[in-house]
Design a protein around this ligand. Structure first.
Ligand SMILES: NC(=O)c1ccc[n+]([C@@H]2O[C@H](COP(=O)([O-])OP(=O)(O)OC[C@H]3O[C@@H](n4cnc5c(N)ncnc54)[C@H](O)[C@@H]3O)[C@@H](O)[C@H]2O)c1
Length: 328
């Protein structure tokens, strides 16, 4: 059975949906601090906190867990600069508590949600797994510390971990049933949709003088259904005896902020109102992943790499759920 920690969040809930559809036994564990009960349908669900050893021990005591997928974290880069303690406590110390509980119950397979933020300013593109790692925020550092902890736990205790470093997760379930609902929302596509539909004021475009084709930042948007698919492959890889491994997950090509704005305007049928603002410190001009390793070793191929598909799926969910899940 797969334990999905943080499974009621944006990415976790899309993984839970695919686990349900594949009829793979699983259990969702989430404290609902930013997740939504409604996003996991009728999957088995336990309310609990990652930082509580007794909450975790109770789950391992009562369920035959063999793989843990770990999504739970605070995710705002800006907030992590203002409140680093909150980030290290949940994103790093929380994982240590989880790993210790796993160790006590001899659970040895772990899939970890890491991030492009572990790399910091890219030295070259595309970014492959061995690229140097100099995170520029406590958020990125909190994740890199877990990666290092996992490697030490493998060496000392035989823990096998797959680290999946997502670039920009985007889109929603293709059938429109679940989607992205963060509070506050900081991701470009939902922000642009909210601006186009008048639910927010103007979008702010940070930096228009980057050395990119149109001067705005370029990011690698990867469909959340494709990310979910990579998790099912990672679990199979570990169950088949795979060793600890890191994988970068992106489309392999980037889209600029202006391209996203144009695509959202076209898909929604309303112009996204925006104002140009200064660059934000720490925002690299371009982040583009090399996912060659995931392609060759996990057999993973993004099925929905087109920006129009990603935006179209995000829009379908927002159009049907203008209040999101309506529980925040
Ligand atoms: N969204 C992205 O583009 C992106 C990119 C790179 C990496 N990631 C990583 O992917 C993971 C999931 O991101 P997301 O966008 O789905 O975030 P999210 O906020 O939607 O989901 C996180 C989930 O974890 C739960 N949670 C948080 N702290 C908890 C705790 N102490 N105990 C139990 N549950 C807890 C929340 O309630 C929520 O359901 C995170 O680890 C994030 O760092 C996300």
């Amino acid at each position: 059975m797969i334990l999905v920690v943080g499974g009621a969040g944006y990415i976790g809930s899309h993984v839970v949906k695919q686990l349900r559809e594949a009829q793979l036994p699983h259990l969702v564990f989430d404290n609902l601090s930013s997740g939504h009960r409604a996003s996991v349908g009728d999957s088995p669900f336990v309310v609990g906190d990652l930082r509580s050893r007794s909450d975790l021990d109770e789950v391992f005591d009562t369920h035959p867990i063999d793989v843990v997928m770990h999504f739970a974290a605070h995710i705002s880069v800006g907030e992590s600069v203002r409140e680093p303690a909150k980030y290290f406590e949940n994103n790093t110390v929380g994982v240590l508590t989880l790993l210790e509980s796993m160790r006590a119950y001899k659970v040895k397979q772990f899939v970890f949600s890491s991030t492009a933020a572990v790399f910091g300013e890219p030295e070259h593109l595309p970014i492959e797994e061995e690229h140097s790692k100099h995170p520029t925020s406590p958020y990125g550092t909190s994740k890199l510390m877990v990666e290092q902890m996992l490697s030490a736990f493998d060496h000392a205790y035989g823990l096998h971990a797959v680290v999946l470093r997502y670039f920009n997760a985007a889109g929603a379930a293709r059938d429109g049933t679940i989607g992205e609902d963060h509070h506050p929302e900081e991701h470009l596509i939902p922000l642009a949709i909210a601006a186009a539909t008048g639910r927010r004021g103007e979008l702010r475009v940070f930096g228009t003088d980057y050395p990119t084709p149109d001067g705005t930042c370029v990011r690698d948007y990867v469909h959340v259904e494709d990310l979910a698919d990579a998790h099912l492959r990672a679990a199979k890889y570990l169950r088949d005896g795979g060793v600890s491994r890191e994988f970068n997950l992106g489309n392999g090509h980037g889209f600029s902020v202006r391209e996203v704005i144009d695509t959202v305007s076209r898909v929604v049928g309303q112009q996204v109102p925006y104002q140009e603002a200064d660059r934000r410190p720490g925002d690299p001009a371009q982040l583009i992943a090399s996912s060659d390793r995931a392609r060759s070793e996990l057999g993973w191929t993004p099925r929905y790499p087109e920006l129009a598909t990603i935006v179209g799926d995000a829009w379908r969910w927002h159009e049907r759920h203008p209040q999101g899940y309506g529980d925040n």
